[in-house]
Design a protein around this ligand. Structure first.
Ligand code: GRF
Length: 209
């Protein structure tokens, strides 16, 4: 399958997916990277790999001088993209784009949704909130996206114990490790059509329970 990755920062999840592709564990190819932060580590990695990087529209409202939502959809169509992966991408996707790729856009979030998600829950803030709550468990969630932040049906999660002594940085590092394990597994299943849709619209990973 042909994959587009949306990034804003470190790009470690993008790298984990690329590594899984290189190792033959994911039947896909990253054909486009879209970034709202040109020059970030993730876009540098894309350039090193020879993948074309496009700048995401600056204005949340898709200002006429920038790439419009339609342009963005057009770009993905031209590149014959099948699957869109958000990997540390901090902006909301326009509704047009979400509609254009039904059951084909995934996001990874560093906490157990539906808790600790939504606007404002990103980066270390997520882990601080988890620690502050006293929750014993955290871990990454991979979910299909809809038009809201961190919403949309959950495909897979992993559990990380929150230790009483954890700093947000320590918890973040342990969760991130599990993200790098989990995201390629789900992407592989999506590429191979191994995700089954239950009647109520919940996706089931056939071989990862
Ligand atoms: C990850 O924690 C991911 O769950 C969240 O943003 C972070 C991105 O990290 N959505 P990276 O850019 O993949 O290193």
């Amino acid at each position: 399958k042909r994959i587009a990755v949306f990034v804003s920062g470190g790009g470690s999840n993008y790298k984990a997916i690329q590594a899984a592709i290189d190792a033959g564990k994911v039947n896909g190819e990253v054909v486009a990277v879209i970034s709202d932060k040109p020059g970030c580590k993730a876009t540098e990695f894309a350039s090193e790999k020879g993948v074309h990087v496009s700048a995401y529209p600056k204005s949340a409202k898709f200002a006429p001088e920038g790439l419009s939502a339609e342009d963005l959809v057009q770009l993905l169509r031209e590149k014959k993209v099948d699957i869109v992966l958000l990997a540390g991408f901090l902006k909301l996707l326009p509704a047009e784009l979400v509609k254009a790729f039904p059951q084909a856009i995934l996001n990874i979030h560093p906490a157990l949704l539906p808790a600790f998600g939504g606007k404002g829950f990103y980066g270390l803030r997520v882990h601080s909130a988890v620690i502050k709550s006293g929750a014993w468990f955290s871990g990454p969630t991979v979910h299909f996206i809809d038009e809201n932040y961190d919403a949309g049906v959950i495909v897979a999660q992993r559990i990380v114990r929150v230790l009483p002594t954890d700093t947000p940085e320590e918890l973040q590092a342990r969760v991130l490790k599990e993200e790098h394990y989990l995201y390629p597994i789900v992407v592989s299943a999506l590429c191979d059509g191994r995700i089954r849709w239950r009647d109520d619209g919940v996706p089931i990973l056939e071989d990862y329970m």
